[in-house]
Design a protein around this ligand. Structure first.
Ligand code: UDX
Length: 436
């Protein structure tokens, strides 16, 4: 099969590389010449484990190539996968301008009976709009489908190779069969539904997981005040098969490129239906306010942040990625600086260059210093914030940061450290909903 994947962001590159690894001829297409130049040399513009090796392997076999030319990528493609960004609008809706631009640009080069698949997260009803855009530019016959993406950053290649399920939303049998054949090597359950259900399944899955995290964070907050320990509570209720013990680690609230956006978009759909009071508005509110509430509590504990030196460990929104979108660090650091704290930070992959776009003003003013090496970090901090559960950060011997002359707090906002050990090192420990 010849496949064109439009958009070489996170989802696009992983998708293109995985399909190429099945032996298909795949074109990765993007209008960003700089990105394409890098990808042609198998350089991944972001941090994602295993991806560079997969790019090298598939490019060496000539199964994968990258281009900025719509004509080159589309004219021979049996399947075209649209994987461009769908940013939020100011009012929390979804902006489909990139999806529509793709539809218009690919139309003139479409091969007869080609299948155009929308992988980007889009609301139900989008395929009709895409159809209109394509039809306005061509008389060629084509098929449309929706193929939502469920991969996680940091484990994207593995998730794509070992998915829990493939959801195909198609309008006819031929398209179901083509997409079924494409995914057959994955040996995953294939769920065939109408396109609108496929699109809603993506929102529903993400919103449910976001709700689960919000729920456990609320329970953790009650635990903290009531003498219960959230880790014990999770271990107790996790045995209930209807609930399970996985995927609801308490913390600073969910972040990243998907959950915050998808929950807000669901809230927006409801609002458009005249229902302003809905579950998704509440989840979003609770999650958005969470870090401020934590900071108020921590501020009380350290006696205010003014002139305090804070060591921040972990900048990315989760381990194994350099993505800073909606990362806790992007909320904690500006707030702490506003409260006149001095920040020294370290992350295993987010270094000055990547951080510049988000933290530029603080780096320039000197209120934030990002060190390259763990060994460069100070032991004079008044408090340590463990913000991301990178394996190298949760396995650290924190005694290296202990300064015997003053009390120091360790705020473990991921509950990954052993409170007893942390106290033995001489720190005051605060997790999320833990008694320790
Ligand atoms: C998510 C979905 O998991 C994925 O299926 C979808 O395609 C994209 O969005 P991702 O954002 O990469 O993937 O990361 P994920 O590991 O799901 O974490 C999302 C956020 O929730 C992170 O901020 C993470 O720290 C937080 N989280 C996750 C928790 O706070 N507790 C948990 O138990 C799990």
């Amino acid at each position: 099969m010849t496949i064109a994947v439009i958009g070489t962001g996170f989802v696009g590159v992983v998708t293109a590389a995985v399909y190429a690894s099945f032996g298909h001829k795949v074109f990765g297409l993007d209008i960003d010449q700089k990105k394409i130049n890098k990808l042609k040399k198998s350089q991944v513009p972001f941090h994602e484990p295993q991806l560079e090796d997969l790019l090298k392997e598939t490019q060496k076999k000539n199964h994968l190539s990258f281009t900025t030319s719509y004509q080159e990528a589309i004219q021979s493609a049996d399947l075209i996968i649209v994987a461009v960004g769908t940013p939020s609008t100011i009012d929390g809706g979804v902006d489909l301008k990139y999806v529509f631009a793709c539809a218009e640009s690919l139309a003139p080069y479409l091969k007869s009976e080609a299948v155009v698949v929308v992988k980007s997260t889009v609301p139900p009803g989008t395929l009709d709009l895409v159809r209109d855009k394509i039809k306005s530019r061509t008389k060629t016959k084509f098929n449309l489908a929706s193929l939502p993406e469920f991969l996680r950053e940091g484990s994207a290649v593995n998730d794509t190779l070992h998915p829990d399920r493939i959801v195909i939303g198609a309008e006819n049998q031929t398209t179901f069969e083509l997409l079924g054949e494409l995914h057959a090597p994955l040996k995953a359950p294939i769920v065939r539904v109408r396109p609108e259900s496929a699109q809603m399944a993506k929102y529903a899955a993400n919103a449910y997981l976001a709700m689960r995290i919000t729920f456990i964070n609320q329970v953790a907050d009650i635990c903290e005040k009531s003498g219960a320990d959230i880790e014990e509570v999770i271990s107790a209720i996790g045995y209930d098969k209807r609930i399970g013990a996985h995927y609801w680690y308490p913390g600073p609230g969910y972040g990243g490129s998907c959950f915050p956006k998808d929950v807000k978009e669901l809230a927006h759909f409801f609002k458009q239906m005249g229902k302003t009071d809905n579950l998704f508005v509440k989840i979003n509110q609770l999650n958005s306010h969470r870090i401020n509430l934590l900071l108020t509590d921590y501020g009380r504990k350290v006696g205010g942040f003014k002139d305090k030196q804070i060591l921040v460990l972990g900048l990315s929104f989760k381990p194994n990625t350099d993505d800073l979108r909606e990362a806790p660090s992007t909320k904690f650091i500006p707030q702490l600086i506003k409260l006149r704290a001095q920040i020294i930070a370290f992350d295993p992959v987010v270094k000055q260059k990547t951080a510049q776009a988000v933290f530029g003003q603080y780096l320039e003013s000197g209120s934030l210093i990002i060190e390259d090496e763990l060994d460069d970090l100070t032991n004079s901090a008044d408090a340590i914030f463990l913000l991301t559960e990178w394996s190298e950060l949760i396995s650290l011997d924190y005694s290296r940061f202990r300064n015997g002359t003053k009390p120091q707090w360790l705020f473990d906002i991921r509950n990954r450290l052993n409170p007893v050990q942390v106290r033995k090192w001489g720190f005051k420990y605060q997790g999320i909903g833990r008694q320790g």
